[in-house]
Design a protein around this ligand. Structure first.
Ligand SMILES: Nc1ncnc2c1ncn2[C@@H]1O[C@H](COP(=O)(O)OP(=O)(O)OP(=O)(O)O)[C@@H](O)[C@H]1O
Length: 232
């Protein structure tokens, strides 16, 4: 379970995150929604430790991790699929996936789990191809696969549907649903594509200008008029 409480972040004098608070329980998909520039990516970078938050609390499984370095957060079970995917274009698909094993020692650190190829069969077919030769959608699957290889207890995805063709969006949606129902990880999904978010969210959080302005259960998103809120 991830608990974020009163998180504040500034860029210079601009107050970007304002007392942000929410929870992401294990076995659920928590969607963060908001228009461009409201601070979603900044929030995720603070959660991963790429940016030091000015104040507040970030708890994972009860431990306050706010001052830990990114690699320590990965060791604690956090995995991040950044916007733009950031795969290694010159490394093979298999080598990219192996990057996700970095937190393990011994045999566990050498063997890729079959489950990642079962979820994304295309990654098995293309395991010897260079990451940069894959389509955008396949690269997104690779980035998610690499995150899963680290067997996270918290999987963070930043706009996984951005620039991806509908058939692969559907596959990615199925994988996210399957991962949530396994009940061993919390999933935090930042998404601008409303229908995708509504279909997957167990709970939602809407941000505007660095603040949480609304939250609720995923099944209540239509009744809560979240789509209209995002259009304002
Ligand atoms: N390195 C930076 N220095 C100064 N301001 C920044 C920096 N990065 C982002 N910002 C500003 O902080 C605000 C929040 O940006 P952020 O990227 O977190 O928003 P977002 O909700 O993720 O938007 P998008 O969906 O476009 O990525 C924006 O006003 C942006 O211009």
């Amino acid at each position: 379970m991830l608990i974020v409480n009163k998180l504040n972040q500034f860029y210079g004098g601009s107050h970007i995150l304002r007392d942000v608070a929410f929870e992401a329980p294990v076995g659920e998909v928590t969607c963060i929604l908001g228009r461009n520039g409201v601070g979603k990516s900044t929030l995720l970078r603070c959660l991963m430790g790429q940016l030091a938050a000015r104040s507040g609390e970030v708890r994972l499984q009860g431990e306050d991790i706010r001052t830990l370095a990114p690699h320590q957060r990965v060791e604690r079970g956090m995995a991040y699929v950044p916007q733009g995917r950031e795969i290694f274009p010159r490394l093979s698909v298999e080598e990219n996936l192996r990057m996700g094993l970095a937190r393990f020692k011994g045999r566990q650190g050498r063997v890729l789990p079959d489950s990642v190829f079962e979820m994304f069969p295309v990654l098995y077919e293309m395991r010897h191809r260079r990451g940069g030769d894959l389509s955008g959608g396949q690269q997104q699957q690779l980035a998610i696969g690499r995150a899963l290889v680290s067997r996270p207890s918290l999987l963070i995805l930043d706009e996984p549907t951005e620039g991806i063709q509908p058939s692969i969006i559907k596959e990615i949606g199925n994988v996210i649903r399957q991962l949530a129902s396994r009940g061993d990880m919390a999933i935090l999904l930042v998404e601008q594509y409303y229908d995708f978010a509504e279909a997957l969210a167990d709970r939602y959080v809407v941000m505007s200008r660095g603040e949480v302005v609304q939250r609720g259960h995923g099944h209540a998103m239509a009744g809560d008029r979240v789509r209209e809120l995002l259009a304002i």
